[in-house]
Design a protein around this ligand. Structure first.
Ligand code: NAG
Ligand code: NAG
Ligand code: NAG
Ligand code: NAG
Length: 353
């Protein structure tokens, strides 16, 4: 089966690190949302009154872990494959098995929380959008990391060298700033005006981490949201959107994602100029996914790339009021032949490519 740029990215990473003898990176520090959450929202919700999210129930996790783990997929996420390829164990969520935080860096800590945004909740609340899943924005996640430092290292230079040996996975983050606002009924034009603010939040977080000693980043861009079953369903039957005939995706929303990605890459280039010693790898999730939408069969997605494996039926097997894992949802028999897992998230089959 054809291989995608995600795996090429990992091979590039492995070949660029020869500084450290026993494996290049001693840990992974991860920030982001549901595309990287390995159990933080699960922990938060079991220790709060917030209703348990649907992805804590089967068939989530059926493919690899054989039980729900808090990952928004049938199986593993890109962060899991990244850890494996670097010879590291699966990266634990920062919200420990208790309400307490994992404070030791060890071989990695994952601060990503499903539902989180790049911008603080106050930005969205000022615009009438309340986050019902989590307020653990990127700034909150960075705060958790900084609070953990005293138990990981004792001097500034020791901290810098520890963080410098870590691979920082920065995202994907920002997608929910748009998802939540669009779901709340805001227009695409209005939400597009958030993009520069979202990019600024990501870039300032990267700069703070560089000041703390970070030397290697993987920064994923946004996915082609115009191809997601959730948006295809939201706009279904609307004459307001045009479709790309070769993929079936919504052109306007993919242009939106491209705009985010272009601005992100421009700002990453500025950081590279200012800090030539820092290695920043842009992870092109957008084009990796687009290859699947253009040639689903070539990558083994014989059930197409647009329809979700698990969901509430309808043309894309997605229904906002019948989420995957709800009693009346349906789940496909062969998730490996689907690109889209639950409407918004991807199957392990994509992540493994
Ligand atoms: C949970 O945390 C409390 C206090 O921080 C500690 O006494 C207890 O042993 C912890 N339990 C587990 C299972 O880690
Ligand atoms: C986020 O904070 C707002 C108040 O600022 C609150 O209304 C909301 O319930 C919080 N969301 C979660 C999931 O805790
Ligand atoms: C896409 O398909 C529609 C209907 O089948 C057609 O009217 C339109 O011209 C096509 N657009 C392009 C760019 O091929
Ligand atoms: C979504 O599911 C609900 C509940 O089963 C149903 O009433 C509604 O018609 C469905 N919506 C679509 C677009 O299929």
């Amino acid at each position: 089966m054809a291989k995608l740029p995600t795996i090429i990215l990992i091979l590039t990473l492995l070949s660029t690190c020869n500084t450290y003898s026993n494996g290049c990176y001693t840990s992974i520090i991860s920030f982001g949302d549901s595309l990287a959450d390995t159990g933080n929202l699960k922990q938060q919700s079991t220790h709060s009154h917030v209703q348990a999210p649907h992805f804590l129930f089967p068939p989530y996790g059926e493919t690899f872990f054989h039980k729900p783990t808090g990952r928004c997929s049938n199986g593993r996420l890109i962060i899991d494959f990244l850890a494996e390829s670097l010879g590291l164990p699966l990266i634990p969520p920062s919200q420990g098995s208790n309400t307490s935080m994992v404070t030791e860096l060890g071989q990695g800590v994952n601060y990503a929380v499903a539902g989180s945004t790049a911008l603080d909740s106050s930005f969205h609340e000022a615009r009438g959008v309340v986050n019902t899943m989590t307020n653990a924005s990127l700034g909150v996640q960075l705060g958790w990391f900084k609070e953990s430092l005293p138990s990981t290292c004792s001097t500034v230079s020791e901290c810098k060298s520890t963080i410098g040996r870590s691979l920082i996975l920065m995202g994907e983050i920002g997608g929910n700033d748009y998802n939540h606002a669009l779901s709340a009924g805001k227009s695409i034009d209005e939400v597009e005006a958030y993009v520069p603010f979202v990019i600024k939040a990501i870039i300032s977080t990267i700069n703070e981490l560089i000041d703390l000693g970070a030397a290697t980043f993987v920064v994923p861009g946004n996915l082609p949201i115009g191809c997601s079953a959730a948006y295809l369903t939201m706009f279904y039957g609307s004459n307001k959107v045009q479709y790309d005939n070769s993929t079936g995706c919504i052109i306007r929303l993919n242009k939106f994602a491209e705009y985010h990605n272009t601005l992100l890459q421009t700002e990453l280039n500025h950081i590279r100029e200012l800090h030539p010693e820092v290695n920043i790898i842009y992870a092109d999730y957008y084009n990796a996914a687009m290859q699947c939408f253009h040639s689903p069969d070539k990558y083994g997605f014989t059930n197409g790339a647009l329809k979700a494996c698990c969901g509430g039926e309808g043309p894309y097997n997605y229904n906002l009021s019948v989420a995957c894992a709800d009693p009346s949802s349906t789940s496909c028999d062969e998730p490996d032949t689907y690109f889209n897992w639950d409407g918004l998230h991807l199957t392990e089959a994509f992540e493994i490519l």
